[in-house]
Design a protein around this ligand. Sequence first.
Ligand SMILES: [Zn+2]
Length: 448
Amino acid sequence: MEHGTLILRANWVLPMSHDPLPDGEVVVENGQIVAVRPRSDLSGAEVIEFGDAILMPGLINGHCHLEYTALRGRDDHTPFFEWIRALVALKAKCPPEIWLPSALLGAAELIASGVTFVSDNTDSGASAEALARAGLRGRVYQEVFGVEPEPDDAAILRTLGAKLDALRTTLQRYEATEHISLGIAPHAIYTVRDSLMRAVRQYAREQGLPLSIHAAESSEEVALARSGSGSFAEMFAERKINYLPPRVPPIEYLHNAGILAPDVQLVHATRAEPREQEMMARSGVSVAHCPRSNARLLTGVAPVYAMRRLGIPVVLGTDSAVSAGSLDIWDELRFAALAQRAVSYAAHPTWRDWIGMLTMEGAKAFGVDSQIGSLEAGKRADVIAVRTTRLAFSGMPDPYAALALVARSEDIAFTMCEGRVLYRDGQFTALDPVKLRTQLHELLHGIM
Ligand SMILES: [Zn+2]
């Protein structure tokens, strides 16, 4: 498959860089797209005819925690503070051997929903191996935590350096360094003290690594930053941790501390205030929008409409299966699109804009738009086929509306990344989710 010519044909080709092409084909050679054109009668090459389907670029999941996939549905705590406390307790009970199969299972779920690029924040580091083994493209952010006085910042940075080296070694072992890049995720302002946040920012600049930070997610986080009050402040007091509130909301604090820059992804920004949105736009950060997680944890609806009007790049993310329930990027898309219309009373972003966030705009936010995000000659062959045979697609004249309003994981007929077929008609080529589920069942049996 890696060599030779493969022609993919369908009733719709959605290049994203150009108008939708009815009755088109995508020609793939050596992992690269060599042509996107009207259907030809060329033979002599391998041809896959999808018929009633939409060929489009592989999708981008802009924020995830793959390693938590196996923990979904195990708690229904709210509000946000109670939920995250329960998650930390749950994690502490888990044997470390679960993180890799759990991340692999999450990778399978994403492949089956047409995702080919995943941005993942990982504590255990398992997602680097999971993405590499799954044949996916992506970005792996190594998480950093530190609010207790010990270990000190220097010690945490040494540990971080060792973890990043281990991730690099893993990626080299799977020859995946070209497809999977690394970054650092200082988790959030309530888990990373001010001095450490600044030290990680400095270290990331020296290493040329981007950052991902959960910011302005919940009202509890805002209360902590603004006035040193609320659940997080009480937790700090209990643990005898001296927390000095910056007395400004979280994103304003990050801005004032010099953390924000174009290499920063802010996750959620649910509570971003207009003043903070201006700071975000000026500093060039992007936002990962995870609306099902936000709804599930009672944290609100992010001001996507306002942020996009200011030119802030927004990508869609499922967040973890623990908060969102599933890693179905189509469920995320639909929830996002409808929730924005419900709260902003505006028809923007349009259906096309939302599909753009999952493709071109997403690729730009991760700086990989020269390689992926559209179907164009010269780009890498990350291509999916969405079948449009289900009844609900009937009469749909516009592929953008069809995808935004109707498509779901079950419609994915084909997922290809870098010219490699990862999934076709319900069959995985590199992963065995049935085996992974059995393995996880055994590992978790008796623990929870
Ligand atoms: Zn997250």
